[in-house]
Each structure stands twice: as C-alpha cells, then as structure tokens.
Design a protein. Structure first.
Lengths: 422, 339
C-alpha cells in the first residue's frame, strides 16, 4: 500500500526505460520510430542535395506549361496546345476507363469460370482448368502484346474495305466497321425529346426496384416464384422503347463511314490514291489498343478471380447445398440463394486485391500504345520536360489514390455482405 | 519549408549526402573503361554485330573518345538505353557520355542540365509510307494513323506539323524502334515517322525495302550529337574536341590507314602536326597524352570514313552525305581550328 501512495513521478528512474518491462517496449518503439523518421529524412535530403548538385531542383511549374503532343484517345477536350496537367487528366481518365471496363469484364468472366470449374461436366471443368492455368502462369505483359498482335495482324486494314473488289466489308448490316485500327460503332445523337426518354428510363429503374421488393414480399407471403429477371428486363426496356417510337425516334445514329480522297467514286471504283481512312467524326472509335489491353487484363485477372470464386464456393460446407436441395431448391437457386451469398465473404477480400492488381497492371498500356496516365504524365510529359522525379512522384500519388479509392468502396461492400453476427 | 529543411540538415548529413563526383575524366581513367550510352539497336548508328561487337556511327564516337582518353578504342562499356531513361542515366552518373541519336534542343541544353558536345549528324524528321498507299507528299497525310517512337522530339514536331497544315492524325505512340517497325509492317499504322536517317536505317532492314518510300518532306531540324553532364567542362572539352579531331582529320586527309605514318614525325602541315601531337601540346591542355587524336583516328578513322563505313552510300542504309558533307563540299560539317 505504501508503494501505491507514493507519487508516480518520484519512483520513475531513467533506467526503468530499459529494465522495466512496462516501459521497455515503448522505448524500443520510440527508438525505431526515430530511426525510421531519420532514415526517411536522410533519403529526402539526399535527393534534394543531389538534385540541387545536378541543377535540377524539384519544380512543378511544368504542369501549367504547354504539353505540345497529341493524345489519340481523349475522353475530354484536349489538343497539343493544352497543358501538361490537362494531359495528366486525359491519361488518368483513360486509366480509369480501362480499369473500370477491365474490372467488370474480369468479374463476369472470373465468376463464370470459377463456377464452371466446379461443374460436374468433366470437359467443361477441365477446359476451365486449362484456361486458368494458361492465363495466370504467363506474364500479363505478354498477353497484352500477344492479343494486340493478333488483332493487328488478323483484322482487315482500312484499305481492305476499298473499291468494288474489297476483301473486307462492314459488319452488322453496314453499321459497324471492324478493322485493325479498332472497332467503329454508331454514335447516338440526342435530339430534342430524348430527355423524356431518359426520365422514362430512370422511372423504369425505380420501377424495377419497386417490383423486386413487391415480388419478395409476395413470395414470402404466398410462396409464388415469379420469373423476376424477365419481368425486370421488360420493365427496363419496354417503356423506353415505346416512348422512343412515340416521340418520333428522337435519337439519331451517326454511322461510321469511310472517307479519303476520291474514296469511292460514282462508278464505285474510283479510289486510287491517298489515305483511305475511317471517318473520325462519325461513329465511336473503340481503339484496338483499348480492346487488346482491356481483354488481356481482364482475361488474366479473371483467372485469379476464378480461383478465388472456386475457393469461396468450396469453403461452403457441402451440407448447405444438400440441405437446400432437400428443401426442393433447384441447382441454380441453390447456387444463387445459398452458396454464393455465403461464398462472397470469402471471395471479396481477394477480389479487392485483384481489382487493385488490374488497375495497376493497366500501366503496361504503353506496350500497345494506349495513352494511360503512365503514358502521358509518366511517359511523354516526363520525356519532354525531363522532370523525371516530379512526374514519377505525381504518378505514384495518382495510383495510390485510385487504389485506395477502390479499396474503400470494396471494403464498404465487404462490410455489407459479411456474416452479420448478432 | 523546402529550403529550411534543406539548410537545417545540410550540416548534419551533408557529409553523407555530398559525395560529389570527381571529374569524369579521372573516373574514366580510374575505371579504365568508358561507359557510353547508346541506342537499344538502330542499324548503322548503334547495334551489335553477329559477334556481339557494337558497331555504328554513334558507337564510333564512343570508341574515338575511349581511344583518345585511354588509348584503346575497345575500352568501352556500351549501355543500351531507351529514349525514356537516357538523360536520367547520364545525370545520375550511370554513363560517362551519351551518344545516342539525341537532338540538341534549347530545353535539353538549358533546363535538363546537359551539355551537347557538338553535332555529329545533321538530321531532320521524315515520313515513311508504303508505296501502294499512293501518297507522294506529307501534305497528303490528312487523317493518317502515324506510328511514332515516344519520348523524342519527333512527337512534338509531328503535332506542330499537322496543326500548322490543318490536318488531323491518329498518333500511335510506341516505345522502341523495333516495335514501331513491327506495327508499321503489320499495317497498324499508315505512316512511320522519325529522323530521316533512322527511317533509312529501318527501311534497310525490311524484307522488301522497295515497297516502302521516305516522303520528300523533312519537317524539322534534328542536329544529333554526343551529350555529357553539365558542369564538367574538362570532360565536355574532351568529347567536343575528339569529334572535332575526326572532322579535321577528314579535312586534312588524315585517314585510319595513314595516321600512324603521319603521327610518327612532324610533317609539312602545321595543323596536322598539332592535331597528331608532333607539334605543340594540345593533348596536355586537355589532360591527355600527346597522341590522343592520333589514337582516336586510328581506332575509328576520320569523320568521312566513319560515315561511309556505317551509314554511307555503300552500306545497306545508303545515306548520302547531304548536309553532313564537309563545309568545303557544301555541307555543314565544320570545326574550329586546332591551335
């Protein structure tokens, strides 16, 4: 008792920092922290000193100077007279585009393959195994280059479409051009009245949710099972279509077309000289580089996602599906109502890291000439301004921000599906 | 903040951080080998031959400097560099000099901490197309898909040229010359653009070069030359004057074959004597042996010989001297006097 009465400060001696187990771990941690801070500090200082010695003080003024180069795929307005910061943004949007498309495609393929690999059909299961083993065991860079080479070698060139003796022709009733420069699809032009279609579409989506809720309560009370998918699809499509025709088709389609000096004359042959190209102003150009990159990244990542899905499904006790079967649920309902919801808990954490991997792997885009953020800010801007350190730092911050955002969103989703413990 | 951080710790860690490099000349002599940055493979300018020995127009400059400094044209370690990393490699001291079809521009010279030691090839950007495209001039390229090696001045020239002529184009940026070739040959682009010399070199490696043509327009000035770090004047002097020595040798008729004989004793021409070290002490002023220039010429030949052997009309690349003829023959190749 006497010890406890003493003021704590007086009993404290310096040596206790080392010999008293209560304080020792704190001492060690403090020393490690100090060393770490010093190490970081030393590295930064070293960098500044050496850059100063090389007459290259860090300077971000280049971001507001003229970029001077062109970018092929621009989701926002950009010309060679725009700033380097603008080029950074254009590249960033391209990165986000390929990451977004890639993640969706990879998820769809990955889940399908993962489920099919567990199929009782021997051939299907083996084929999926072969797919997974081939794709995940070859570096993704090779897949990107390989798919790009295949697309560029096998698809027809624009000149193959020319003249009466053309060796290639447009697909889908002359609305789509598939060439080795990419795929050109019709571009919608929204005329007056199309906004009403948008409202109807939004209303349909609300309707789908309302119907889903009603169908669930209906099933819980009466036990009736409606073909909800088809009804939802109809709610999604039909009203908008009706309005489309009622409003006198307010969406115009700009069809992709060819142009070139004397492309096809009145006799249908005239084209002889000059660049025969696909009209850049009509139709949407989905570039070969985007297709190759997106396909390669998603096929590669899907192989890993498929394994995560398989692991998740196999983690669910067999008794669960047997019990569901005993209750009279059909095979696909067992999967979608019993197994997958529980498997998601296991699947989602590795899925997050696969999304992050796909996003980071998209920086290999330059291999096929896709101008992502590593190609604009970390590529051409870096080269033309010589500001290597600044560009790479900004690039690292960019990828860090993207990755952390993806993690955040996916973790929120993970929290919503994980096992609720009550 | 940056400054206060810098100043505050300069005293504390300055000893650790400030391992400032000694002169490059001393480094090279101490190592006994010259580390020279070259391109990753461009026929005629820098590429390894069948035996793995680096050959080419740019490589010859490296060998000449090595011969001048170390007395041995083979005492070179070639470091193949992409366009992207070449300046970083030089600035960080990974290489002693860069001889890699690099264009001398204002911003590179002033802003990037580089010093261009002269011009060994006056080039310009051109366009190569398939003959069956039926295009006769670069002004007919509106709407073309253009393959371009990224990280070069050509990218900016291309944007400027098409903008100035009110034409549109689709750039396909590619990392290396070899990849650009593949893309161009597979028909992924209509046009391949880079320096005209490199176009000729690339075309020479095609299976059927006759199906391709280089358009007559040259859209830019591309003076190519060896580069060293800024702030090491003795070293940039050595590189600059080694190149000048090769040019002077051509002017004065000193060749790889006769250099040994001419360097043996002082002859009738005072400038040859000063160049080859039989008169005066130009070598000592550079901190080199008296026979530095003689060694360089003996290793690779004079400028004209280097040109003919690597890229000249007798080779597959078949470049004519054009702008790169001596000033006495209507070209731009000129050197200050050796005195």
């Amino acid at each position: 008792m006497a010890m406890a009465d003493q003021p704590a400060g007086k009993s404290f001696r310096l040596s206790m920092l080392l010999y008293d187990t209560r304080y020792r771990s704190m001492t060690i941690q403090f020393i490690m922290l100090a060393l770490f801070v010093f190490g970081v500090f030393w590295l930064l200082n070293n960098m500044y000193t050496n850059l100063a010695a090389a007459n290259k003080n860090p300077d971000f003024a280049f971001l507001s100077s003229t970029a001077g180069y062109d970018i092929n795929q621009r989701l926002i307005e950009y010309t060679s007279q725009s700033t380097n910061a603008r080029a950074w943004l254009v590249g960033l949007l391209n990165t986000l585009l390929v990451a977004f498309l890639g993640c969706i495609l990879a998820t769809v393929i990955g889940i399908s393959v993962g489920v099919l690999r567990l199929s009782k059909n021997w051939i299907v299961a083996r084929l999926m195994t072969v797919y997974i083993e081939i794709f995940r065991n070859v570096p993704v860079l090779l897949w990107i280059v390989f798919l790009n080479a295949i697309l560029s070698e096998t698809l027809p060139q624009p000149k193959d479409f020319k003249g009466v003796d053309a060796v290639a022709s447009m697909s889908f009733w002359d609305t789509v051009i598939i060439s080795n420069r990419g795929i050109f699809v019709p571009e919608p032009v929204f005329l007056s009245g199309s906004s009403i279609m948008l409202y109807v579409l939004l209303a349909s989506i609300v309707g789908i949710f309302a119907f889903g809720r009603w169908a669930r309560t209906d099933q819980e009370t009466t036990g009736r099972i409606l073909p909800t998918f088809w009804i939802k699809l109809a709610i999604f499509v039909v009203p908008t279509l009706i309005v489309y025709f009622m409003m006198g088709q307010p969406i115009d389609w700009k069809l992709p077309a060819f142009e070139g000096r004397g492309a096809i004359g009145p006799d249908g042959v005239a084209y002889t000289k000059g660049i025969f190209r696909i009209d850049a102003d009509n139709g949407i150009h989905i570039r070969r580089s985007l297709i190759a990159l997106c396909l390669a990244l998603s096929l590669y990542t899907a192989a890993f996602i498929a394994e995560a899905v398989r692991a998740g499904i196999m983690a669910i006790d067999k008794g669960q599906s047997e019990a569901a079967g005993a209750l009279g649920l059909r095979q696909n309902r067992v999967m979608s109502l019993v197994v997958l919801p529980q498997a998601l808990r296991v699947i989602i954490p590795p899925l997050i890291s696969q999304y992050l991997n796909l996003t980071k792997n998209s920086s290999l885009a330059i291999a096929v000439g896709y101008m992502d953020v590593a190609g604009t800010l970390g590529g051409i801007t870096l080269n033309q301004t010589g500001r290597a350190l600044e560009c790479i730092l900004l690039l690292m911050i960019t990828y860090l921000t993207i990755s952390l955002s993806i993690s955040l969103v996916m973790n929120l989703y993970n929290n919503s599906v994980k096992l609720k413990e009550r | 903040m940056k400054k206060s951080v810098l100043l505050g710790t300069l005293a504390a860690v300055g000893v650790l951080a400030g391992a400032a490099s000694a002169g490059t000349l001393d480094d090279v002599k101490a190592n006994g080998v010259l580390k020279c940055g070259v391109s990753t493979g461009l026929a005629g300018f820098a590429s390894p031959d069948a035996n793995g020995r680096w050959e080419g127009f740019d490589v010859a400059v490296c060998r000449a400097v090595a011969a001048a400094v170390l007395g041995d044209g083979d005492a070179v370690q070639f470091v193949p560099l992409s366009t992207k990393v070449r300046f970083t490699a030089l600035n960080s001291g990974e290489i002693d000099m860069l001889s890699r079809v690099t264009t001398w521009t204002f911003s590179r010279d002033v802003d990037l901490g580089l010093t261009f030691a002269g011009v060994n090839y006056y080039d310009g950007q051109g366009f190569m197309v398939r003959k069956d495209l039926g295009v006769g001039s670069a002004t007919e390229l509106d709407g073309a898909t253009v393959c371009i090696t990224t990280g070069t001045t050509t990218e900016l020239n291309l944007a400027d040229y098409f903008r100035a002529n009110g034409m549109s184009y689709e750039p396909v940026p590619i990392e290396t010359n070899a990849e650009a070739q593949l893309q161009y040959l597979s028909g992924a682009c209509d046009v391949f653009t880079t320096d005209a010399s490199a176009l000729a070199a690339t075309r020479a490696t095609f299976a059927s070069p006759d199906e391709h043509m280089v358009l007559p327009e040259i859209i830019s000035k591309e003076p190519l030359g060896p580069v060293v770090r800024e702030g090491d004047e003795p070293w940039s002097d050595i590189v600059r004057w080694t190149l000048n020595a090769l040019i002077t040798a051509e002017e004065k008729g000193v060749t790889q074959a006769n250099v040994a004989e001419l360097a043996a004793s002082a002859g009738g021409d005072p400038e040859i004597n000063r160049l080859l070290g039989t008169e005066g002490d130009l070598g000592a002023m550079l901190g080199l042996e008296a026979d530095w220039a003689a060694n360089a010429i003996a290793a690779v030949g004079n400028y004209g010989e280097v040109f003919e052997v690597n890229v000249g009309e007798s080779t597959a690349i078949g470049l004519s001297r054009g702008l790169n003829a001596l000033w006495t023959q209507g070209g731009l190749i000129y050197t200050p006097p050796f005195r």
